[in-house]
Ligand binder design. Sequence first.
Ligand SMILES: [Zn+2]
Length: 335
Amino acid sequence: MLKIDMHTHLMPEQMPRWSEKFGYGGFIHLDHHRKGWARMMQDSKFFREINENCWDPKVRINEYLEFDTQVQVICTIPVLFSYWAKPKDGLQISEFLNDHIAEIVHKYPKQYVGLGTVPMQDAELAIKELHRIKEMGLVGIQIGSNINNKNLNEDEFFPIFEACSKLGLAVMVHPWNMMGKKHMEQYWLPWLVGMPAETSRAMCSMIFGGVLEKLPGLRLNFVHSGGSFLPTIGRVEHGFNCRPDLVAVDNPINPREYLGKFWVDCITHDPLMLEYILKVQGSKRITLGSDYPFPLGDLEIGKFITEMNLDESVVEDIFCNSTLEWLNLTKEQFL
Ligand SMILES: [Zn+2]
């Protein structure tokens, strides 16, 4: 069975010193301190240690063979979004990262599919880069769950979503710039509590703000199984019904109506939760994701799903059909 992992991160082995180039700090660079490993540094501050499987496409292909997974959809690491940078600098970083992803996709067309990144802080520049992304053969973009603390329903972002819809580019929404981060530094709380909340924030903003209603052809995928949105849909719907004066001000449609109209990945780490997500979303709207190569991901690439005694057709939907539909690809191109 074809397996496509649609949620994986990758970055170039060598990164320019953006801080020196642009004359201000805050950017990530790599310190290759020992063979096969590098420290991601934000100026002089240590951010995360990464292995060569974060940049070497051949190492990744071999690691994936162990889990019978043929295709990886690659996108950058959210800390590289740089939405806070000056727009023209953000564009330059996006171009650099997108060129790198396009190079890998062209070199290994049966193993890699690419999602780009755009400077969301400037719609005009973002749309300019969307056209280039399309021309380079990338099939969509990855964006953050908020843009410099602004929600995704803000008017300034709508032209970007509209352009994605027109160009036929898919959108993966990834939690980043987690709310409340500075008040919960302990226990990895920004990742364990902030990320699921961020994804729900993105989904609620886009649904209540009418983005999904206005752009029914926009192919959205909310990662980590939609964060806390799907488990709390009852509460969200009840809020919509009991306080329409607060909730239904920009879109009169019940949020439950949108279930099954967007995609989510399967990263629940929990068969019971996946059964629930299957009930509310349907198998055609759940994609195989791993968050590889990071430790909080499902690094056995969906093994728990094969142990759930699901119908083969359901597993096939999750392992490939849903992603093919989300990204508008055909199975044949990987055979
Ligand atoms: Zn991720």
